[in-house]
Write a protein that binds this ligand. Structure first.
Ligand code: CA
Ligand code: CA
Length: 233
């Protein structure tokens, strides 16, 4: 603000002196009469030129700054529009998933847990029969993948049951029958598995194994127990 005032003042003085110079006749006469005044006029002429240059540069900078601001604003609007499009797409997908989940339920007698359906069967059969019966019902002998699923299963049990784990193919290599994968989680009772080649199929065991809490145990596969089937919703 102080610089502007100064520039205006200089411009004003320069302008008035220049006017005086124009109306005062031959400048060479004046210079001979008053050399100091002539020197001042020349100095002020140079100052005026510089001030004009500064003014021009300032205007050019102002135009450039406005252009950059315009570009920035345009870019932000483009980004915002793209973000809004993405959000609308996500909202549509979420709505579709929610609608899908609402319509999906487990069949009669199957119990829903974490996107899967479970059927508890207490008719006593061998492990292989249990496996086949689950397949006939569109599922598989239960695969217990986490501590949470295991706890939920144990709480829901009324009796000891087969689960889909065995080392039938290779002794000591416990695999799930649904997808032939290794165990990422296990819940063996103490001193289990202990059956070697004699016991290749796994049940959730309690009194049968001399325990008062449920846990996993290997048993001969021709033993007869209830079972739990599982399938995706
Ligand atoms: Ca075994
Ligand atoms: Ca055992």
């Amino acid at each position: 603000m102080q610089l502007c005032t100064y520039l205006l003042l200089v411009l004003s003085i320069t302008s008035s002196l220049a006017t005086e110079k124009r109306f005062s006749g031959d400048s060479s006469d004046k210079s001979s009469n008053n050399p100091f005044m002539w020197m001042m006029i020349k100095q002020l002429d140079r100052t005026e030129t510089r001030v004009n240059k500064v003014h021009t540069l300032s205007n050019q900078n102002h135009i450039a700054i406005n252009k950059i601001k315009g570009l920035l604003e345009k870019d932000e609007i483009t980004q915002l529009k793209s973000f809004m499009r993405e959000m609308r797409k996500k909202m549509r997908n979420m709505k579709s998933e929610i609608d899908d989940l609402r319509t999906r339920t487990c069949q009669k007698d199957w119990i829903r847990y974490m996107g899967h359906c479970y059927l508890f069967v207490y008719k006593k059969v061998t492990w292989n029969t249990a496996k086949n019966e689950c397949q006939h019902k569109g599922g598989y002998l239960v695969k217990v993948e986490s501590a949470a699923e295991n706890s939920w299963l144990i709480l829901a049990l009324n009796a000891e049951v087969w689960i889909g784990l065995s080392d039938i193919r290779t002794e000591g290599q416990w695999r799930w029958t649904s997808d032939n994968t290794d165990t990422s989680f296990s819940y063996w009772l103490s001193h289990e598995p202990n059956g070697g080649h004699r016991e290749n199929c796994v049940n959730i065991c309690k009194a049968l194994c001399g325990h008062n809490i449920y846990g996993w145990n290997d048993l001969p596969c021709n033993y007869q127990l209830g079972y739990v089937c599982e399938k995706q919703m």
